[in-house]
Design a protein around this ligand. Sequence first.
Ligand code: ITT
Length: 196
Amino acid sequence: MEVLFATNNRHKVEEIQSLLTTDIRLITLKEAGILEDIPEPFETLEDNARAKIRYILDRCSVSTGFSEDSGLFIPALQGRPGVHSAHYAGPQRSDKDNIQKVLTEMKATPDRDAFFQTTICLIWDNKEYMFTGICPGQITSDPSGDQGFGYDPIFIPQGSNITFAEMTLSEKNQVSHRKKAVLQLIDFLHQAKKSG
Ligand code: ITT
C-alpha cells in the first residue's frame, strides 16, 4: 500500500517511515513532484493538519494521503510555542533560535512541565480521520544532545533522564508523540485494507 505523506520535514519522514510496517510505503512530496512550502495558517494542530493535506491533494493526482502538524506545548508559557513551534523565533525557522527563545522565556520558571503533540489528518476514500499522540515531559535548563530535530535537545520525556536528542531514533520512537499517533494510523490502514 502506498500513502502520500504531505510534509517538507525530512525528520518526520524518517521517523514515520521507520515506524511503518513493510506493507506501507510513504510517497514523499518530492516523489509527487511538489516542492513548495505548505501553508499552515490556523491556531490548532487539527486545522493545520487538515489544511496541509487538502492543499497537497488539490495539487496532485493522488486522492489518499495524510499530513501531521505537531508542536511543543508548555503550560508555564500559556501553551507556547504550540502551533507556532516551527517558527517561534521568526520566519527563518532556526531550531537553535527557537530553543534559545524558549529557554530565555523559562529562565525564572520552576515549573518545567511540557508536552509534545502530533495530530495526523488522513484523507481516505474522501473521508477525513484524525489521530493524536501526546508525549509528556520536562524542559531542561540547557540543550543537550545532537540527534533528532526541533526542540529535542531541551526535552526529557517522562520516565527518562536524557533528552530526545541524546536518544537513538528507535529509543525516541518508543515513547514519542509521533509514534503514538502513527500506531493509530497504521491500525486504521490495516483495517481499511482488510475490509476493502
Ligand atoms: P511540515 O509542516 O512540512 O510537515 P514542519 O517542520 O513545518 O513540517 P510543523 O509545522 O508540524 O512541521 O512544526 C512542528 C515543529 O514542532 C517542528 O518544526 C519542531 O520545531 C517542533 N517539533 C515537532 N515534533 C518534534 C519532535 O519530535 N522533536 C522536536 N521538535 C518537534
